[in-house]
Design a protein around this ligand. Structure first.
Ligand code: MLT
Length: 428
């Protein structure tokens, strides 16, 4: 491997050190580029720019590989649980039984949220999107746990903030749903596991307790695992950038939730189901919509296909597709949207238009379908994505702080007006 890259600019040559990661990804370090040359790089959307070095998640877009701390996502989805994967991502190793029991116990002890947070929730109209409630109430934790906003916090305090956030996000998420449908809030129980407790708070009523279905609990565990981290995606980069200013974990994650809310990011799974519902409402003629998606004069595009980093297939989609089939079969659900989704999937996998453009189904395409099967309402899909991604955000924020990374401050190329003098308004 080359030790350095030579850059020749304006007749001058400079050497840029080359670094190689453990999976042989290579980069040249431009940390001194502007000082040495006066130039900066320009890479809109940072598609070719490494923002950091990280030991948390590795993905290979060409080979469709995704590993959390070296463990293949396929093995974790099959054999682990969401909280065990959360511990792995955050602390870097699979927990011993004692460590895992302690982690689960501490999370269970923190699922309640302060009754004054409930008063904030009561102030939201039922029309409020649950993601707006989630980001607001997560940020409100800074008010109830003011030690969390200190620029420097101890390991013990950080561990407590982490456990509080992991515990309370499921209660806040379930309550954001109850607020949206005007139903009474259901408080968490200490005798249920993480996913079971969330489903219980989502679907129980004071007069009728939700009966947990092990198929549903298992599928939710798998879905949250598959969403737990994805290297430097938009929302994780947001969490890192906000956290690099020494902002609190709660404030940084609240910013990440808002980034994930964007339809081009975490909001895509909600867009997929709304697209399928529109096709169904239009009579279910899937080929008509496939043709619209291919028509360059038509603005319609298929949601849930293709990916910024995966070039051949999204490994998470493969796992979720199998899980969706299993859940629908186990629950005896014949969802008409699934037929439409299957026809779109076949078009994406066989029609040269989509194959040439690598527009194959991604994780968002199937996750919306399985969430529907689990009874999760469409507006809650991105909230589930946020719940799943939370350990990844925490792990990345923690790594950024442990590595004492500098405040993020990208440069720009100015394209505006040259210097000019102020004119009094009477002379304009
Ligand atoms: C994610 O999991 O964050 C999405 O696939 C988006 C991405 O990685 O860019």
């Amino acid at each position: 491997m080359a030790e350095s890259a030579e850059l020749i600019l304006d007749g001058k040559s400079i050497s840029l050190p080359v670094i190689e990661g453990t999976e042989h990804e290579k980069a040249f370090d431009i940390g001194k580029l502007r000082d040495q040359t006066g130039y900066v790089t320009l890479d809109s959307g940072y598609k070719n720019t490494g923002a950091t070095k990280s030991a948390i998640t590795f993905l290979d877009g060409e080979e469709g590989i995704l590993r959390y701390r070296g463990y293949p996502i396929e093995q974790l989805a099959e054999k682990s649980s969401f909280l065990e994967v959360a511990y792995l991502l955050i602390y870097g190793a699979l927990p011993t039984q004692a460590e895992f029991d302690d982690f689960k116990y501490r999370i269970t002890q923190h699922t309640l949220i302060h009754e004054d947070i409930r008063k904030i929730l009561d102030g939201f109209p039922s029309s409020a999107h649950p993601m707006g409630i989630l980001s607001s109430l997560v940020c409100s934790l800074t008010a109830f746990y003011p030690k969390s906003i200190a620029p420097e916090i101890s390991k013990e305090e950080l561990d407590l903030n982490i456990v509080r956030l992991m515990a309370k996000i499921s209660t806040i998420a379930a309550w954001s749903y109850k607020n949206s449908v005007g139903h009474p809030l259901i408080y968490p129980r200490n005798d249920l596991d993480y996913c079971g407790n969330f489903l219980y708070m989502m679907f129980s009523f004071p007069t009728e307790k939700y009966q947990l279905n092990p198929v549903v609990v298992s599928a939710l565990n798998k879905l949250l695992i598959l969403h737990a981290d994805h290297e430097q995606n938009c929302s994780t980069s947001t969490v890192r950038l906000v956290g690099s200013a020494n902002a609190s974990l709660y404030g940084s994650v609240s910013a990440g939730i808002n980034a994930l809310w964007g339809p081009l990011h975490g909001g895509a799974n909600q867009e997929v189901v709304e697209m399928l519902e529109a096709i169904q409402a239009d009579g279910g003629n899937t080929q008509k919509w496939v043709d619209k998606a291919k028509d360059k004069n038509d603005s319609f595009r298929l949601m849930g296909f293709g990916h910024r980093v995966y070039k051949n297939f999204d490994p998470r989609a493969k796992i979720i597709k199998v899980a969706a089939d299993e859940v629908l079969k186990a629950l005896g659900i014949n969802d008409p949207l699934l037929k439409i989704a299957g026809e779109l999937e076949q078009a994406a996998l066989t029609d040269p238009y989509f194959v040439e453009r690598k527009l194959y189904p991604n994780v968002d395409f199937y996750s919306g379908i399985i969430y529907r099967a689990l009874g999760i309402p469409t507006e809650m899909f991105t909230v589930l994505f946020a719940m799943g991604r939370l350990p990844g955000w925490i792990a990345q924020w923690r790594e950024m702080r442990e590595n004492k990374e500098p405040i993020g401050r990208p440069r720009q190329i100015y394209t505006g007006e040259l210097e000019r003098d102020y004119q009094d308004i009477s002379a304009r």
